[in-house]
Ligand binder design. Structure first.
Ligand code: PLP
Length: 396
């Protein structure tokens, strides 16, 4: 008999989509995989040589459970630049990816019966982790496709049990970037109602003109005692498999997470920590700039191809590296309504008929949308999107 919590959720919807793509490719089909939440490029050289140097110099042992002090220091310096506030190593915890940061923060902050506000569509792991911590996700629907809910809708969802709100900007899957006014309203609400703000800025390095990534703490410095800043090196350094992220916030939360990590994973990989430290020491901003330039180009080419979709509006794609397509018009009008009812069905048709793997919006609480990653090589992107346009136009 398994524990009750195993029934609270299934495998992540994005992981399932990736597995379906791999299975189809394994069966000998040529598949263009647009499911990935990662970027095709090689990681920075200073990071790779940093990892090799760490191995060669015999760095093999446990580190402090929340990470090497020098790495926490380097992250703190970055936060000083990004927020204009003072941060030190004691305000930072290094984790095995932002996923572990989010999970440990949930374990440290939430009690059974607590409620956490999660705007829809959401990254699939947010509600799963809230449930794992014994609390309840409270979903607030989008204002319009891809647009975050307005503040009144969020306020309407508050109850005496509300304990936290998840703020993800740029958002996965929509790429929506929250502006200063929205961040100020959320921070104001959190202060009034004594809520924690879980500020996930994992895609903060990928924002396209005319939008810019705004930090909730520069918008409302007073929110700092209530804010957990969550970030990852996975996306910005193209090292999803190395597992390194961090969170920064009030010291009582850092110290609770330190205890949690000491009893669970002990510490994030020592080699990954040394490698990222080597990168941060030598970082002149060029790697991330170059990556953003390449993604800007992929985004522009992708939007050009997608502009030929007939019943699907052009995605906004303000940030991240996803196109998030609104299928509601297409689903309502297409003649095969009996067999193609939602985005899961469209995802299946795309994989079976066109060999393109995408993620159905049902993974994000939104069964009338599709998420397409443009973090893939340009040739694959062009081929995949051409097939998507052809297949979706043929449905109408
Ligand atoms: N937060 C968001 C919004 C994400 O999309 C992801 C990964 O896809 C993460 C956090 C976790 O990133 P990682 O654990 O690889 O650092």
């Amino acid at each position: 008999m398994l524990a009750y919590r195993t029934a609270l959720f299934g495998t992540s919807g994005t992981a399932k989509a990736r597995a379906a793509a791999k299975a189809a490719a394994g069966a000998g089909r040529e598949i263009v995989d647009l499911t990935a939440g990662e970027i095709w490029t090689d990681p920075p050289e200073s990071l790779r040589t940093g990892a090799i140097a760490a191995i060669e110099s015999g760095v093999n042992r446990y580190t402090e459970s929340i990470g090497l002090e020098r790495l926490r220091n380097a992250v703190a310096k970055r936060l000083v630049r990004e927020t204009g506030q003072l941060w030190t190593a004691d305000d930072v915890a290094i984790t095995a990816g932002a996923k572990q940061a989010l999970f440990n923060v949930a374990l440290a902050l939430l009690n059974p019966g607590d409620e956490v506000i999660i705007p829809v569509p959401y990254w699939t792991t947010f509600p799963a982790q809230v449930l794992l911590a014994g609390a309840q996700p409270v979903f607030v629907p989008a204002r319009r496709h891809s647009l975050p809910p307005n503040i009144d809708a969020i306020r309407d969802a508050l109850t005496p049990s509300t304990r936290a709100i998840i703020v993800n900007t740029p958002g996965n899957p929509t790429g929506a970037v929250l502006d200063r006014a929205m961040l100020a309203s959320i921070a104001q609400m959190a202060l009034e109602h004594d809520l924690w703000i879980i500020f996930d800025e994992c895609y903060g390095r990928f924002v396209y003109e005319p939008c810019r990534h705004e930090h909730i703490l520069t918008v409302m410095p007073d929110a700092r005692p209530r804010t957990l800043v969550i970030n990852s090196f996975s996306k910005s350094l193209a090292i999803t498999g190395w597992r390194l992220g961090y969170f920064a916030g009030p010291r009582e939360v850092i110290s609770a997470v330190k205890a949690i990590q000491s009893h669970t994973t002990s510490n994030p990989s020592v080699i990954a920590q040394h490698a990222v430290h080597a990168f941060l020491q030598n970082d002149d901003g060029s790697f991330e700039r170059d990556l953003r330039t390449r993604l800007t180009h992929s985004r522009a080419c992708g939007l050009e191809i997608l502009s030929r979709l007939r019943e699907v509006p052009q995605p906004t794609a303000q940030g991240g590296f996803y196109f998030y397509l609104d299928l509601s018009g297409l689903l309502a009008r297409q003649p095969r309504r009996g067999t193609i009812k939602d985005a899961d069905d469209v995802t299946r048709v795309l994989l079976e008929d066109s060999g393109v793997a995408v993620v159905s919006g049902s993974a994000f609480g939104d069964p009338a949308s599709l998420r397409l990653s443009y973090g893939v090589p340009p040739d694959a992107l062009d081929a995949g999107l051409e097939h998507v346009v052809e297949t979706l136009n043929a449905l109408t």
